[in-house]
Design a protein around this ligand. Sequence first.
Ligand code: ZN
Length: 79
Amino acid sequence: MGKCKFNEAWRDKQAFCHWLKPVDNNVFEAFCTVCKKKNSAWYVKGVKALESHAKSSKHINSIKREESNSFHRRSVSTC
Ligand SMILES: [Zn+2]
């Protein structure tokens, strides 16, 4: 709790919290940590735009890359 405090509408969306971060000094922008890109359209278009970004192949591929990296790290350190 308390990690995702920007756009009220997004706060409940736990699915976005993993990759969505607020941008310092600009509440109208959000940053996708897996794609490493900022987008102000998300704020304007709202949750629908986030959902479509989450489903975009670019984002999914970025997540897969992240996961394979962290999975590798995790599988080494745990078990
Ligand atoms: Zn993304």
